[in-house]
Write a protein that binds this ligand. Structure first.
Ligand SMILES: Cc1cc2nc3c(=O)[nH]c(=O)nc-3n(C[C@H](O)[C@H](O)[C@H](O)COP(=O)(O)OP(=O)(O)OC[C@H]3O[C@@H](n4cnc5c(N)ncnc54)[C@H](O)[C@@H]3O)c2cc1C
Length: 486
């Protein structure tokens, strides 16, 4: 496929769409309400940006609007019980947490007793269980947290709460409109004009696309995003451990189909992310809860051939309406485990899971995509609108936080200097600060995914040697951790 042809096609279609929307916009009687900043998207990136703009003494006077297609009311009123954990959970790096602290959102707005810090990480190769890399307090330093596990709702709820607090102290309020899907964006006389499905229109001195992987703002700005589909799904679930693990460890085992990770949550809960083929994700979702738990325990303990055999057979049994599938899976797991030599189970493996929370199993297609640029005249992209990555290193949301920090920095400078905040002069420093840093992370994560999808013996031997070598060098491990959390 020729990228130039695709790009030409996209441009022609966008131009035709623009012309039609522009016609509708000029033939409608009311003129669009002007804003300094219109943010599309109330996900983690959009809400962080709205809060950061309102928190800064330089940008809080900007007239700002955030529009979100979904409902934010249920996130605002989010009050989960102690026996419930959401399935969309992210590991926040200390740098992201520090940023949220500076915004005033971390303390007093994010529910801290639902956040779990971890200071140890164990990563190993499913084709050679002795090839592992470990990050522990001895190496990184006592009291150094690697990351914080947080439900995305907890983060968004905290940001909405902090924004409401900032709004209450200021006459110039940031407006949030939820259930407000953007129908079209056109180039008005000077500024972009956003039209909602309700028919309302707004013009933006600066339009920010925080609108996720299929960003309408990116399409409007005709910015190409390049990358590929991994043909993998990230299967997530909230699970209960047999007993509470007081170690605060994150576990990740690389299987040929993708890594399986168990990340700690408070109160003996954990968050599962199993990157696997779409077929495996569908099979895992089809299993009864007990069989699913046994399969996850198998995912950390058995070889790939055994995992595939048990999962495929169990899914066939479910499809055929056979009873007792869970007993069959557990029996298969137990007798196989009798013949597997686990490398120091007490230290190296997660505690077995015994339950999966109802309706918490879901899967998401995994992609690598990077926009050619993050800025165009009067448009900036942040978060997944600018880049999407495989979740194996827990970087997507964190990169979005850093984008926001950098964009707000650029806008602060622009307002201090009296620049037009929508001009390229104002927003280009954001792009130049973030693009290559993100590009490097996207590249490293992509190569890691590819490296572990090979099962040819020489490659497995080489990567096992590499992993063991790196594991023996504390300085390199400290540097790796510093890079990952920056
Ligand atoms: C399985 C999995 C595990 C992950 N784990 C981690 C992790 O541990 N750590 C980490 O850092 N990252 C992780 N990520 C990545 C992280 O979830 C994303 O990077 C992050 O959610 C992106 O946030 P965002 O605000 O940029 O985009 P989104 O969360 O996609 O938000 C975009 C918003 O825009 C809205 N929108 C879109 N179109 C319109 C429209 N036309 N009109 C109005 N609104 C619109 C959408 O409704 C949505 O609310 C993971 C991802 C997956 C799939």
């Amino acid at each position: 496929m020729n990228f130039n042809n695709i790009s030409l096609c996209v441009r022609r279609r966008a131009t035709a769409r623009n012309a039609y929307s522009l016609f509708r916009y000029y033939s409608s009687s009311s003129s669009p309400e002007p804003y300094d900043v219109v943010i599309i998207g109330g996900g983690p990136a959009g809400l962080t940006l709205a809060t950061a703009l309102k928190n800064s003494p330089y940008t809080r006077r900007l007239k700002t609007l955030l529009v979100e297609g979904g409902s934010l009311a249920h996130i605002e009123n989010w009050a989960p019980g102690p026996d419930h954990y959401e399935n969309r959970v992210s590991s926040l790096t200390p740098r992201s947490a520090a940023f949220l602290k500076r915004l005033g959102a971390w303390d007093g707005h994010i529910t801290q007793d639902r956040v779990k810090a971890y200071d140890e990480m164990k990563v190993w190769d499913g084709l050679d269980d002795s090839a592992r890399i470990e990050f522990s307090p001895d190496i990184l330093g006592q009291n150094v947290d690697i990351a914080y596990m947080i439900e995305n709702f907890n983060l968004q709820h905290g940001l909405l709460s902090r924004l409401a607090e900032l709004n209450s102290q200021d006459e110039n309020k940031t407006i949030i409109k939820d259930k407000a899907r953007v129908k079209s964006i056109v180039r008005g006389a000077e500024w972009p004009v956003v039209e909602l499905e309700s028919g309302e229109t707004f013009s933006a001195r600066l339009l920010v696309g925080a609108d996720g992987g299929n960003s309408p703002a990116r399409a409007f700005a005709q910015i190409e995003a390049r990358g590929w589909d991994y043909n993998r799904h990230g299967l997530v679930a909230s699970v209960k451990l047999e007993w509470e693990d007081f170690r605060s460890v994150a576990f990740q085992r690389f299987l040929k189909t993708g890594p399986i990770a168990l990340l700690p949550l408070p109160d003996g809960f954990a968050s599962l992310v199993w990157s696997c083929t779409p077929k495996m994700a569908a099979q895992l979702k089809s299993l009864p809860p007990a069989a699913f738990c046994s399969m996850v325990n198998a995912g950390f303990r058995l070889g790939p051939v055994d995992i595939e055999y048990i999962l495929t057979t169990a899914a066939e049994q479910v499809a055929a309406g056979k009873p007792d599938v869970s007993e069959w899976v557990q029996d298969e797991l137990e007798w196989r485990l009798e013949n597997v030599e686990l490398v120091d189970e007490d230290n190296n493996l997660p505690i077995q899971i015994v339950d999966v929370l109802p309706k918490s199993r879901a899967s998401f297609p995994l992609k690598m995509k990077h926009a050619d640029t993050y800025v165009a005249e009067r448009v900036a992209l942040v978060g997944d609108a600018a880049h999407t990555t495989h979740p194996l290193a827990g970087q997507g949301l964190n990169m979005g936080q850093q984008d926001v920090e950098s964009l707000v920095g650029a806008l602060e400078t622009a307002t201090r200097r009296g620049l037009d905040i929508g001009s390229l002069l104002a927003i280009e420093p954001y792009w130049s600060e973030r693009y290559f840093a993100n590009h490097l992370k996207l590249g490293v994560v992509d190569k890691l995914h590819k490296l572990y999808s090979f099962d040819a013996a020489p490659i497995v031997a080489l990567r096992s040697w590499g992993l063991s070598f790196v594991n023996s060098l504390d300085t390199i491990k400290r540097e790796l951790m510093r890079q990952a959390s920056n």
